[in-house]
Design a binder for this molecule. Sequence first.
Ligand code: CA
Length: 609
Amino acid sequence: MNTHLRRSIALTAALTLGIGLAAIATQSASATVPDLGQHVAVPAYIPPSDTTSWSSLNSATSQLGFIVVNVSNGPGNAVDPAWKTVIDAAHAHGTKVLGYVDSGYFGASTPARSTVLGDTDSTSWTVQAQQDVNRWYSFYGSSIDGIFVDDGMNTCGPTAGSNTYADLYENLNDYIHGNHPGSLTVVNPGISVPQCYEDAADVIVTFEGDAATYLAPPTGIGPEAWQLNGDPNKFWNIIYNVTSANLTTVMNQSKTDNAGYVYATADTLPNPYDTAPTSTYWTNEQNASKGTSTTVPATPARPTADDVYSTGADFSWTSSSASNVVGYEVYQGSLHVASVGNFYPADTEWTPAGLTANTAYSYTIKARTRAGVLSAASTARAITTDVEWGNAASAPGTVTTSNLTANGVNLAWTASTVTNDPVAFYDVYENGTRILSLQPSVTSVHIGYLAPATAYSFYVVARVTSDTPSAHSTTASVTTPNPTPITGAAVTFNATTAHFEAQYNLTYNFQNVFIDTDESLSTGYQINGIGADYLIENGTLYHSTNELNAFDWTPVTLGSGPLTSSTGGLYKWDVPSSTFGSATALSVVFDGSGSSAEATLAPITVAKS
Ligand SMILES: [Ca+2]
């Protein structure tokens, strides 16, 4: 099986969080449509086998800004050759390709989301997200142009005045930019957010929903003032169920809402992102995203480096007073590294993330009009970052390991005791490679994505604010066990309940139960000799759409469940027998996929008792 159900981008309406209500703009303020030059950006959760959709994307004009790819709620467990083909082709076409990373709301939603290791705390989600970022670049290399962070929160913090949530996204954003210069980052709250999210990512998804909601947003859903007055390149709106007849209206609304990135699709729930627009619709969408004015803005002033330090510099430049200049593009040499809003009447300011000490860099900027026309490049500003001047911290204390499983281990250390300069990060090294950079308050982590039957060594380094590293901590070594992936699989089927359970001994993004209810291979999805008419994937039951052997499913609503528990990897599901109609026997295949190599058991057949 090489396709899976993709969770759609978070359907945030279901999220039980407060909505930032500050400064909701009225939709009627602008009668005429602004001349906004946009880019189309596509959540391309499209099976690589859908050559029609991929051909459409890979024939797009330069109006296509970026696409988001999602192998398995993230990068999967290894390079997928079919995905590599479409990712490489899109990148070669000039389209930026962003890898999907789940932030799980950093565990702060209700109910709390779990990492693949089963943790719900914000540090564990940070660890998994950083590891997922590393794996996208490790698997798909230079064809990855950035990272899409799903499941963004939409309040600044848990209480008024707290910025805890926004800071978690900002720290992840800095990790991505610092480790991958020039990468484009996106965060998806799916709804308008307060301005505390301004530095959470390069681009923020401030609407994800259907056309009807987009065109007549309920209170609290429409764009906030800082979006309407900000740099359009900061905002992406995603609208599904857009008919051909409605396309122009929706695209005009996105310009009125000042969204520099937009996606309209005729596709609908449950997964509006598993196809791409084609033919006339696609052409019309790209054309509608263009600006019309060709006025070239004045060349901006040369940026000033107000302060240069070992990991960065504070730049500023005189803002343009021209009302059509909405932002600037910043280049480090020939590499585009940022879009920055025009701060007029104040000076515009920008700070890069994670420069290397004692290294020469050169920066230029270009002004950008609302219609999307760029100026000539400014005179360059050359800098050389400072040397690592600070006092190194003492090495972190003894590293210990616990809770070793086939795919994970807990690592703990004691904080550096001598810190003449403040510690900025604890860096965790796995087999000599830095895999995590953590806030200085963190001294224990649950590391995932280990391979079974494999030797690992870990040490920790403290890095102070001037980037000077400490000596290594002691090294801890472990060898992971090699369990049978799925054990204890069992099915019971009586007049009232069908019960399924299995012990999953490896971590997976998807715990699957394929169920053939008519004992016919020629109905439903074929796997290991059964034709599955139903599928349980994690906490959801699906019915096959009955297209022969297609991986195409529709959710089935149950009164409760089907998942009743998953403690320690022992998954138990109950489904009312009436759901399966007149079935007299069930043939069942248990399966796990995603972050570990796929495991698929032989069918278990049980007659109704
Ligand atoms: Ca069947």
